[in-house]
Each structure stands twice: as C-alpha cells, then as structure tokens.
Design a protein around this ligand. Structure first.
Ligand code: AHR
Length: 499
C-alpha cells in the first residue's frame, strides 16, 4: 500500500468560503426546464406545474444560487417573450440549441421556482442580439419597487415585491464564434460597459460578472480577458470562467483524473491576468472570479440536430470515474476560494446534470450528485492549506501529478474539520497519515467513500443506486495522528470533531 502524509495547521488559512461557490445553472436547453423543473402533468407537479420530486433533490444539493436562462440560449433571448399571460407568449426558434422555445417558463416563474428550491437567481442578460437598454429594462422589471413602466408590469404580472436579484452576468461566452452575435473583446468591452452603467444606475446594489474566456483552449485566451478587463475593471465585481472536462479530450484515464491540474492552471492564469490589469489601472481592488460553468462533459462538440420542443440534449450519463473527476475539480475550486468566490455546476437538471428525470416518470441521482452534495454540505467554513506529502503519477498531458488531490475545511461553528480527497491511483490503496499538530486531539466522525469495482458503472432508472457512497469504519478514537486508508480510485470525505 502506498503511503501519504497530510499536515493540517489551523492557522494556514486560504479563505472563508462564499456559499455561492456551490451554485448551479439552468438553461433553456433540452429538457432542463421542460420536463426537468416544469412538467404540469407529472404526478408530483405542484400548483405551478413544478415537479416536487425534482425540487426535493435540488434542495438536497443545497444550491444557493442558480444561473439562468443561459448559456448560449441567452444570446438570442428576448426576456419579454417570457412574461405576461402564458397563452399570449410567442413560440420562437432558439438558434443556440436548434429547438422551439414555448416561453411557458420565464423570469417570473423561475424566480418562484428558485424560492421553492431555496436558491437565489443569478440572471444573465442578452448581450448578443440584446441591447444595453433591454438589459437595463430587465433590471428595472426585477428590482425596481414600483411606479415605473417595467416595475408596474411585474406587479401586474403578479409579483408586487421586487425580486432584488443581486448577481447579473453581462452576457455569455461572447468570445465564442458559436455565440449568437459573438463579439471581439474590444466590442464586447464597450457594449458590456454601457450595459453595466445603465443596470447599476437603476440598481446600484447589484453585482456584475463580465464574460471571461469560455475555455482556456480559446485562441484568444487570455488576451480576451486582459482586453475586456482593461475596459470593465472598475465596473464589474467578477470575471467569469467556463471549463468542461471530458475523458475524450485527453489520452488516458490518468489524464482525465488529473483534470484538476487543468482547472488550477486556468484559475491561476486568470488571476494573473486580472492582477496585471489591477496593476496597470492602479486599482485598489482585486477582482474576484466566478467559475460559472464547470463540469465533466464528454462529446461536447456534437452539433444540435433539429428544431423540436423539449428534445433530450446533452443528456450525459455520468459514471463513477466522472464523479471522481468532479470531486477533484471541487477541491480545486475550494483551494482557490480566496479569489473564486462563486461557481456554478453546469448544469443542474437533465442537460449535463446531477439530476436526471424521465418525462412522466421518476427522477434519479447521477453519480456526480454525490461529491457535489457532500462538498456543498460540509465544504463551508475556512479553507485550510494542508501540506500533502504523497507520491506522484505520470500523466501524459500534465506530467507529474500528485496521486492525491484534496481540500480541507475548518468549520468553526460545528467545530469540525472536513477533508475531501481524490485518490487517483488506479491500482493501489493509499494509507494517509493525518497530522493535526496544532489542533490537539481530534475524533473521527465519518469516512464516506465513493468507489467501486467498475469505474464505468452508472445509475439508471432500472438501477438508480448502483453508484453511491458507502460509509467505512474508522479505527481509533481521539488522537492527533489518525490514519485512514483511501481505496484505489476513490473519492473520500472524512469528517473529524475537534476536541
Ligand atoms: O452548458 C452548456 C453550454 O456550454 C452553455 O450554453 C454555454 O455557455 C457553454 O458553452
């Protein structure tokens, strides 16, 4: 068995987590909305047509904020199509996903749904076909109390109180040629600046997210980010990052498991770029990052097929290996919690999602549901910087990679430490010696492992619990140096009480 040592000091602190690190994303895409969150004829539908079974699982994930309505969809979306009596709403062609959008769900319904889910809305405005004035109108519709055209229209549509949506994305992936009305960095900077000014004049309390590079693989990365920030730095609160990781993007399973190295590199480069602009503009502010699309996603370059309503799109079935990779990515986000203050798992339901529904039928948890739920539940508090001494493995793409990827959280309210660890070794267990020197004695509470004999195992409607975590017994009582065994190819959550 391989050996590792993890030294945990309570004073080596990275940052206090912002709960919005555990955000997610729902786009008008495939069956995310229609037969995902909304299915009026479903046996579990509530009075608004929302599936209660889906809401239950969303609540279990404890998602504090949900980005909406896109994604690529937003760059051709006219938000006024989605308000007012449903029977009067237009059916439109959605050019982003080649589908027919019925507009049965719009901002008013989505705000209601989010309230039921216990989440806030992160609203994206259309800076593709849309104008700065239309974006400002949406802020007025949502956040202005009353007495103006748009705020009174909201009231007329049944919502007398303003929504007070805090976080607004200035468009989506405007660096990509696939985006409806994609822009150059300079043009995007100008358009987003004018939108930002108008939106803030209406509600000075909002937080704004500028579009960063849509992947680190873009030829314009990181020049796009520099150019955009040189125009927008003082007007925005966040720069967005998007990245998806697929087994098919790399050569070996080892490379895929090491996706966290790729994410780390992306984050570090964007921090350096933002800090360069900070220096250049002599700004006192350090810009935070919003990793508002991230996930495992295979075959993502497949073209959408043809025009249809609520047709399955991007319905990836996640296996055990995907869930392990997702755990490693979560650790990367946590380990950058000083600058990555928000993040959105993309997406939440049906389209590349942890929650998977059958129209008219049940809902299941995909394998990736579990690591996200664990970290969202226990990964809140102060992120510590452990010293991890462990063997490395050789990845074809990333060179030498540590066998263990981890994140450590100190929760001072519950007096607990949570340790999340991915063991990338495909053949051997690793014994990890935990050194809690500055804490004194700790008492193990639980060790939960996600692993299994078949890395390709998936959950299905026939076998919904094939991949799920198991509790393993922990040896030892109160001590400063507990030891744990991390099974080969496994995701682990360890919780310990501080005595
Ligand atoms: O999440 C799916 C798509 O991926 C989003 O619409 C887009 O922003 C990204 O390219």
């Amino acid at each position: 068995m391989k050996q590792a040592k993890c030294i945990i000091e309570k004073d080596y602190q990275i940052a206090h987590t912002d709960p919005r690190l555990y955000g997610s994303f729902i786009e008008h895409l495939g069956r995310a909305v229609y037969t995902g969150i909304y299915e009026p004829n479903h046996p579990t539908a509530d009075e608004q047509g929302f599936r209660r079974d889906v809401l239950d699982l969303v609540r279990q994930l404890q998602v504090p904020i949900i980005r909406y309505p896109g994604g690529n969809f937003v760059s051709g979306y006219n938000w006024t199509d989605g308000i007012g009596p449903v029977k009067n709403r237009p059916k439109r062609l959605d050019l982003a996903w080649k589908s027919v959008e019925t507009n049965e769900i719009g901002i008013d319904e989505f705000v209601d749904w989010c309230q039921k889910a216990g989440s806030e809305v992160m609203e994206a405005v259309n800076l593709g076909t849309g104008t700065p004035a239309e974006a400002a109108n949406l802020v007025e519709y949502c956040n202005y109390p009353a007495g103006t055209y748009w705020s009174d229209l909201r009231r007329q549509n049944g919502h007398s109180n303003p929504y007070n949506i805090k976080v607004w994305c200035l468009g989506n992936e405007m660096d990509g040629s696939w985006q409806t009305c994609h822009l150059s960095a300079a043009d995007y900077g100008k358009k987003a600046l004018e939108a930002a000014k108008m939106m803030r004049w209406i509600d000075p309390t909002i937080e704004l997210v500028a579009c960063g590079s849509s992947t680190s693989g873009m030829p314009t990365f990181p020049e796009w980010d520099r150019t955009v920030l040189e125009t927008l730095y003082e007007q925005v609160d966040f720069l967005s990052l998007h990245s998806y990781f697929g087994h098919d993007d790399v050569e070996t399973t080892g490379d895929f498991l090491a996706s966290f190295v790729n994410m780390d590199h992306f984050i570090k480069t964007i921090i350096a770029t933002a800090d360069y602009v900070k220096a250049k503009t002599r700004s006192p502010k350090s810009l935070n990052l919003s990793f508002d699309e991230w996930n495992v996603w295979a075959n993502r370059h497949a073209e959408p097929e043809n025009w249809d309503y609520a047709k399955p799109r991007l319905e990836q079935i996640y296996n055990l290996t995907d869930a392990l990779v997702l755990g490693g990515l979560l650790c990367s986000l946590l380990n950058h919690a000083d600058r990555v203050r928000m993040a959105c798992l993309a997406q939440l339901i049906n389209a590349i999602a942890p929650i998977y529904t059958q129209a008219g039928g049940p809902v299941i948890k995909q394998s990736i549901f579990y690591p996200f739920q664990q970290v969202s539940t226990y990964g809140r508090g102060i992120v510590l910087k452990p010293i991890m001494l462990c063997p490395k493995f050789e990845s074809k793409v990333y060179g030498d990679v540590p066998l263990l990827q981890s994140a450590v959280i100190l929760n001072q309210e519950t007096n607990e430490v949570s340790i999340f660890v991915l063991n990338c070794d495909q053949n051997e267990d690793v014994e990890m010696d935990l050194d809690f020197r500055s804490f004194g004695a700790v008492a193990p509470l639980e060790h939960v492992v996600l692993d299994g004999p078949d890395p390709a195992a998936v959950n299905s409607f026939e076998e919904p619990e094939r991949v799920k975590p198991r509790n393993v017994a922990i040896d030892g009582q109160d001590e400063t140096r507990p030891k744990v065994v991390l099974p080969k190819l496994s995701w682990n959550m360890l919780r310990l009480a501080i005595r």
